[in-house]
Design a protein around this ligand. Structure first.
Ligand code: UDP
Ligand code: MG
Length: 137
């Protein structure tokens, strides 16, 4: 069983989409095995998105991610990484398929309401960034 780290980003929390996001993941066959709400500092957001530090959107993205509370969760299931990303939709909502979270709820390419790990190594790093071994099941 694969595990992936997903986040309801601060813009998703402000739009009252926590239940909608968790519900779509669960209906899609994924199980929540860890979940909590937290407010990242700018430094914490920079550490989480370190892979993007050279990208032009890094400063703006880490401002968004530290702008308010988010909900971080670990999802478990067969092919959880790609399954969660299918449910989320493409990064840019203009390219996202109908029925995906980003098509239905994203404001723009940055405020796209959710994060999901993109590979097993990323998932391992991201899960351990937020959860100790005592907090995941
Ligand atoms: N992002 C952005 N502008 C871009 C590409 C990405 O603001 O041109 C933001 C967006 O919030 C995205 C995050 O940076 O979710 C991480 O980018 P990535 O390419 O990893 O997309 P994701 O894996 O989230 O679909
Ligand atoms: Mg990504």
């Amino acid at each position: 069983m694969e595990r992936t780290l997903c986040i309801v980003k601060p813009d998703g929390v402000s739009k009252n989409l926590i239940g909608e996001v968790v519900g779509r993941f669960e209906k899609g066959g994924l199980s929540v095995v860890a979940l909590k709400m937290l407010h990242m500092s700018k430094k914490a957001a920079e550490g989480f998105y370190a892979v993007h530090r050279e990208r032009p959107f890094f400063s703006s993205l880490t401002d968004l991610m530290s702008s308010g509370p988010c909900v971080v969760m670990v999802l478990k299931g067969e092919g959880a990484i790609s399954k969660a990303r299918d449910i989320m939709g493409a990064t840019n909502p203009e390219d996202a398929a109908p029925g995906t979270l980003r098509k239905d709820f994203a404001t723009d390419v940055e405020k796209n309401i959710v994060h999901g790990s993109d590979a097993p190594e990323a998932a391992a790093f991201e899960i351990s960034y937020f959860f100790s071994s005592l907090e995941r099941f």
